[in-house]
Design a protein around this ligand. Structure first.
Ligand code: GLN
Length: 280
């Protein structure tokens, strides 16, 4: 399983999120601390970030381990952003290698990452793929489960769903496949993330909000989202809710097994972007 991270807050150099922290994505690429499936994340990486005044993010992706990329340290030092989504990849066996398979996937103002697997790929995904228009299917950036999931999310965004609803719908559509579906996405203003089979943590404060597969340091404030939930974060607050109607998780998929995040008074009141699906 890959590791991913998203950030919203005051502009910061990328290195303060990715390589300065003792257990940041750079280190998670070879020594993750909470990864349940796979060992290293050396099959490429990607960083997406937003520049002021431009709603469409930039991306830097490579097909090699992040620790071997000679350009990453310079980029991480000088690029500053208020909104970032990054991932290190552990490619699933049988799926293509290469830059095009590395998250974040992008379209317009959106960035997307998937931490997980659709077992039985590609045959098991035929039903899901069949729900896409032929053009959407042919436009897949890579023949991976993650790229298919991104196409399914895009299709729902195109139909007017807000980011959290689009992610939730895709998880529900794929739930019968026994998949692991930790999805993470942003439009530069809101982060949405699902937990479905792997870990997810978040930390919020005046310094911004970070949502990540695992804590990047041992400082206080990290909280774990329970399995089978949808997390929505803005710089103003974090909201976590069960994915409606989801069957209970298998016993081994949640480290905490609880939903303590839901009733924590220290969490600022959520101010979530309006649900575009409810607009006329
Ligand atoms: N299955 C996806 C891929 O191969 C994601 C892998 C992962 O989460 N490790 O890219």
């Amino acid at each position: 399983m890959c590791r991913h991270l998203a950030y919203l807050g005051p502009p910061v150099p990328l290195r303060t999120l990715l390589s300065d922290p003792p257990f940041g994505l750079l280190r998670q690429s070879w020594a993750p601390r909470h990864q349940r499936h796979g060992t290293v994340n050396a099959d490429g990486f990607g960083i997406g970030w937003y520049a002021d005044g431009d709603p469409v993010p930039a991306r830097y992706r490579r097909d090699r381990p992040i620790w071997t990329d000679a350009s990453f340290p310079d980029l991480a030092r000088v690029v500053r952003s208020r909104a970032v989504l990054a991932a290190v990849r552990s490619g699933t066996e049988g799926m293509p290698y290469g830059e095009a398979a590395a998250a974040p996937f992008a379209a317009g103002e959106y960035l997307f990452s998937h931490n997980g697997v659709l077992p039985g790929w590609p045959g098991s995904a035929a039903g899901l793929a069949g729900t896409l228009a032929p053009g959407e299917l042919l436009g897949l950036e890579s023949a991976t489960d993650s790229a298919l999931l991104w196409a399914l999310v895009r299709s729902r965004l195109g139909a007017g769903l807000a980011l959290p609803q689009a992610l939730t719908e895709v998880v529900r559509a794929a739930e019968g496949l026994g998949a692991r579906l930790n999805l993470l996405a942003t439009d530069g203003h809101t982060i949405a993330a699902t937990t479905w089979g792997d870990t997810l943590y978040w930390r919020a404060g005046p310094g911004g909000v970070v949502v990540a597969s695992e804590p990047y340091d041992d400082e206080p404030g990290w909280r774990q989202a329970a399995d089978r939930t949808i997390l929505t974060a803005t710089p103003d607050g974090v909201a976590i809710a069960p994915i409606d109607g989801a069957p209970p998780p298998p016993a081994d998929t949640s480290e905490t097994g609880g939903t303590g995040e839901l009733d924590d008074a220290r969490v600022p009141a959520p101010r979530i972007a309006p649900n575009r699906s409810e607009q006329p």
